[in-house]
Structure formats: C-alpha cells, structure tokens
Design a binder for this molecule. Structure first.
Ligand code: PGA
Length: 252
C-alpha cells in the first residue's frame, strides 16, 4: 500500500534561523512515526542549513522549484543536481503559483519533472483547476491535460516513484477546501489516467496528495478517503503545532 506523505510548502517565508528552528521543532514533535513520511520545502537559501539540522531525523527535504538544465549560463536558476547536493530528496514542480505568476507552461513542468527524475529527486507534480475552470465544469479536462503533459516521456518504472498533488487553485490559501468527496473524486480520476498510461500496478503505487487549505481540523477526514495519499500544506505548515497535528492525522 501507499505510505502517506505529509508535505509542508513553506513558500516565500522564514529566514535561515527560523527555518532551522521550525524544522528542528517539527522533528521533535513527529519523531518515531513509521507509517507515514514527512517532507518540508523551505526557500532555496535555507535548504542546506535545514538539511544539516535534519540529518538522521527522518524528515525529507524538498525544494520548491528546479530548473531543467544541470549547469551553465542560466543566471538565477538552480538545478536538480545542485538541489541533491544541498540535501534534497524531493522537489515541488509546477505549483499553481509558478504557473500563474511566473508563466510556467505544461512543457516547462514536464522538463522540470524529467530533470528531477534524472538527478534522482522525487518530483511532487502539482495540478489543479482554477475557480473559473471548475465553474465551467472543466476540472477533469484541465487535470487530464496537466497530468498527461507533465508525465510525457516518463517510463513506467520512473513514474512509480513520482508524486502528484491535486491542488485546486480556488482552495489554495483561501480557507476553502475541496470537500473530501470532491477531492477524492478527482484523485480517483487521476489514478484512472495513470492506469491508462502506465498500467494498474504503477498507478496503484503513485501517491496523490491533496493540497489547498489543509488544516488540523479537516486533515483526518481528507486522509480517510481511499485515493488521498497525503497532503501538500502551505499556511498551516508554518507553525509547528498545526503542522505536527496534520502529520499526526488519524483517518476520519
Ligand atoms: P495552503 O497552500 O495550504 O496555504 O492553501 C497549499 C499549497 O499551495 O501548496
């Protein structure tokens, strides 16, 4: 069965000292959990120090973005091999904030996901529709397009370790969560797409996280759904008590 992954996306927040402090406190409060995984994604500048502080403490380190070239004249970018060098095991790819504010295309997301896989990082690929798209009844079409293009050219073997995150844009940072049934329906739809592309065995292994206003008071019910394999948490991951409660979910 799929091991749940509870991931914190710290976005553009926290100094190095604050990030190390929060990571260390979180490690203390989540120690000894063996039936679930925890990942945090601080800003680039805090990755190496947080990675050092977390050594041997059972929390995975992720970056929030990656560039697809490994090295060279790409001012301002950070590559997958360098993220590995900083201690990362995971990287978030195609977050809706990057798609919306930085013009990332489906093709960019595919290149980033493949670069991550090539370097031995696990990509957490984000997909999800806007409010307008949901109101027009197009959520499945949008998710279909995003999932298919993100995984284009990825072998079934590599696909089994990829992580997807369904994050409806209208639920991110808004306090509006998709209902557990609404989320599970799309997760099930995504799993069906994955079966079509890679076969049932691989599709059954791929974790699909839910993201969008996950909080201590809704995580249990969300995690009780069969196709929800974890959470990608923004706001509520910035505070040790709320994130460790989320990590310690009990299926509702
Ligand atoms: P939120 O963010 O939990 O603050 O809604 C989730 C995300 O953007 O990954």
């Amino acid at each position: 069965m799929r091991t749940p992954l509870m991931a914190g996306n710290w976005k553009l927040n926290l100094t190095i000292d604050e990030a190390v402090g929060l990571a260390t406190a979180l490690a203390g409060q989540t120690a000894g959990l063996t039936d679930r995984e925890v990942m945090i994604a601080p800003v680039f500048t805090a990755l190496a120090p947080v990675g050092k502080a977390l050594e041997g403490r059972g929390i995975y380190l992720g970056a929030q973005d990656v560039y697809w070239e490994s090295s060279g004249a790409w001012t301002g970018e950070v590559s997958a091999p360098l993220l590995k060098d900083a201690g990362c095991s995971h990287v978030i790819v195609g977050h809706s904030e990057r798609r919306q504010h930085f013009g990332e295309t489906d093709e960019d997301v595919n290149r980033k996901a493949r670069a991550a896989i090539k370097a031995g990082l696990l990509p957490v690929i984000c997909v999800g529709e806007t409010l307008e798209e949901r109101e027009a009844g197009r959520e499945r079409d949008v998710v279909h397009r995003m999932v298919k293009s993100a995984l284009e050219g990825v072998s079934p073997e590599d696909a089994s370790s990829v992580i997807l995150a369904y994050e409806p844009v209208w639920a991110i940072g808004t306090g509006k969560t998709a209902s557990p049934d609404q989320a599970d329906e799309i997760h099930g739809y995504i799993r069906g797409l994955l079966s079509g592309s890679f076969g049932d065995i691989v599709a059954d292994r791929i974790r699909i996280l839910y993201g969008g206003s996950v909080k201590p008071d809704n995580v249990d019910e969300l995690m009780g759904k069969p196709h929800i394999d974890g959470a990608l948490v923004g706001g509520a991951s910035l505070e040790v008590d709320s994130f460790s409660r989320i990590v310690r979910f009990e299926k509702g």
